[in-house]
Design a binder for this molecule. Sequence first.
Ligand code: BG6
Length: 437
Amino acid sequence: LEQVGEALLANLAPDEFDRAHWRIFRELISYETADAKSPEQWSGLKERLAGFEDRPRAIYLATAPGLFGSIAQGFSENGLITERARIVLEKPVGHDAASAEAINDQVGRCFEENQIFRIDHYLGKETVQNLLALRFGNSLFEPIWGRGVVDHVQITVGEDLGVGDRVAFYNNTGALRDMVQNHMMQLVCLMAMEPPSSLDQDSIRDEKLKVLRALKPIGEREVKSHTVRGRYTAGAIAGKAVPGYGEELEADPGDVEDHGAETYVAIKLENDNWRWSGVPIYLRTGKRLKKKHSEIIVQFQEVPHSIFSDLAGALEPNRLSIRLQPDEGVELSFMAKEPGPGGFSLKPVALDLSFEEAFGIHYPDAYERLLVEVLRGNTALFMRRDEVEAAWQWVDGIIAGWEAGGQKTENYVAGTWGPTGASVLLDRDGHSWLPED
Ligand code: BG6
């Protein structure tokens, strides 16, 4: 209880922490230890839960995924799965498609699919949900969303943080499994999916699944031309020196062997369907980049014929940027005439909407929103079994390709935007990553 109180004090803004409420709330918390692997010894937990059968029961598991199955079985064997019970599985669900399937089978033997909430906190971010509002709450964008109008899409999820004290976990995971299989795949799905017929749980998830199934596989033959792996070396971020991944690994008390995990990955992805055929979607994510910055940029094609070709300054293609964090908002850039007499001079300008300014509120944390959905029993913002498995299958192909092709991991200096190879990946197609600063 002390720890909960301290964590609340440390993480809440001073005006959000109310001592009187905390005193009432703490009386509602109880703590019970139970061995995940010995459910026959769960009598304490059973007693603790007796009498609360008619209330929603959220079982939230942030354990190693290998324990999900036995914990689910423990709840089942002890008769603790009530009608309103739900189980929440923290990512990652497994390490590859096979282990994800095994976990889904084990948990699925105890809980119905509509009681299983596979969490991806990106789906709880307001701006990620705003993507649905933007695309399907406005008639403006849908007709121009795809082949023929869109030139390419860039999705960046950049972090300034390093692996920190999770180096042992990261050593076995890497950026592809930690960030792409889940968060970035979900962003791709919401950006690329067809309009669902309604907001209900399965309509959205059915459409997302179609996107995952339409991703062109990237295997041994394609990995070199379509992917880049990187790892940070010592550098500086915002003027402060930071160690390299190698030093952090060496300093880890667990004395672990280097498994070659990447801290950065960039991918050129193609969606094999009517809408997106021939439109590349570039993804990049990494730790210890220049700053924390996540954004989806839809770049439209250049005008087919410029009547301004004699003027100084090139025409820039239109761009729609959806800023996910920080400073959540949407920006549409277009060319405008600079005011003044004496002919035309064009300049890119932007329509910029900051959600915080527009709505004047501070957004709730993604987990706050998702856990409320768990209590409400709404799985729409959680990953369905088939989605998780399809995303793993695609990612497994890349990992197998890396292994078979001996894909190299390029170093990048902490505090930069990543390895040179990532710039080359776009340069080959005549593009460059945005933003450059
Ligand atoms: C987690 C990853 O799922 O997402 C972390 O395991 C990562 O490595 C984090 O730092 C990023 O989340 P956010 O909300 O800060 O973008």
